[in-house]
Design a protein around this ligand. Sequence first.
Ligand code: CTP
Length: 403
Amino acid sequence: MLLKGKKIVVAVTGSIAAYKIPHFVRLLVKAGAEVQVLLTTSASQFVSALTLATVSGKDALMDVADGATWNNHVMLGLWADVMIIAPCSANSLAKLANGLCDNIVCAVYLSARCPVYIAPAMDEDMWKHPSTKANIARLQSYGNHIIPTEYGALASGLTGEGRMAEPETMVRILENQFDTQLPLRGLKALVTAGPTYERIDPVRFIGNFSTGKMGVAIATALANKGALVTLIAGPGVQHTNNTNISIVDVESAADMYNATMVIANDTDILVLAAAVADYRPDEIAANKIKKGDSGLVLHLTKTTDILASLGKIKAPNQTLVGFALETENEVEHAIKKLGDKNADMIVLNSLRDAGAGFGHDTNKVTLLSKTHPTVSLPLQSKKEVAIAITEHIITMRDAKETV
Ligand code: CTP
């Protein structure tokens, strides 16, 4: 229904996952979309232009000179309501990130005025290579949507990350794009969740009891309203397979800070739900610290405050939400954090409330902002709390837009 009459460019590049694209195109056509397939020469080694033309009902284009006119790439860039590059090989990813233009896929990508979705597919080591990560970050910073890869069997025979998302998942993601009922459609969100571990030596760390349940619930609530969410997850945080959420695993406060800063500029909504360590050991001992006869003194250094750092660089269209976990003078401390860290909203948790805080499936919070009346929510499931926080974010953003 959502894809009925939508014009979709499906661009195929050279990866074994291309064998799934005829099925993907078939699903789009069945959903009522008009599909134009493009394929690179290497893609044609994995799937034939004839197959793709048959399932889409249009000639699959392989060259900028194919079709009615030599400049069809410009026309296709204007024609499309959405473009999806799937599978996107490591090589094509690098070309797109650097603006190369030596085939029809790159040419249409550069001409496209519509939203562009990129579904990478490659072996795990290629996927985890810093060059690939840098290319992904750059493509995201240009406003492209990266469809998270999946974990499972790879063509190499190994098991790991890097599989292209399943066709059904990609169809759902494209449907979201056109779902005007979703208030956060087209927006990007970042959520930090869970504890951080600050290493003392190879076998010990300083940590806390956070499980990340609240952060995961918020990531899910934002994704269900249409946002594309990056969940920056501390150790032990349970993964979710929501197709609108991509997960970056981190260990320490410094890792969490770095992962956040990579995408912060390009994010509309930032919710910092993690219990970040305020201090880390000055030095990490190279070997296990042996027990001596007397006590042990650990020297600690302050970590960087991620929320406060984001507050300093916040753009007017960004919504920054922090948490405050307090045990005394709760509201007073939370209001101070709102101002000191330049947040738009503080979600106050009191450890004095039964059923609230670490590890529970429930929470009791108060939402404080500079612009809206304080909202005190009853004790309820973390899922319900997350929905309420998301609704409050939407209300605050709507109010800002109408000013
Ligand atoms: N926070 C952060 N980076 C840190 C410490 C905290 O981003 N290094 C964020 C948390 O994710 C949370 C908010 O700051 O959203 C408040 O965290 P909290 O631990 O309640 O407060 P602190 O600022 O650490 O102050 P204190 O521990 O003294 O209450």
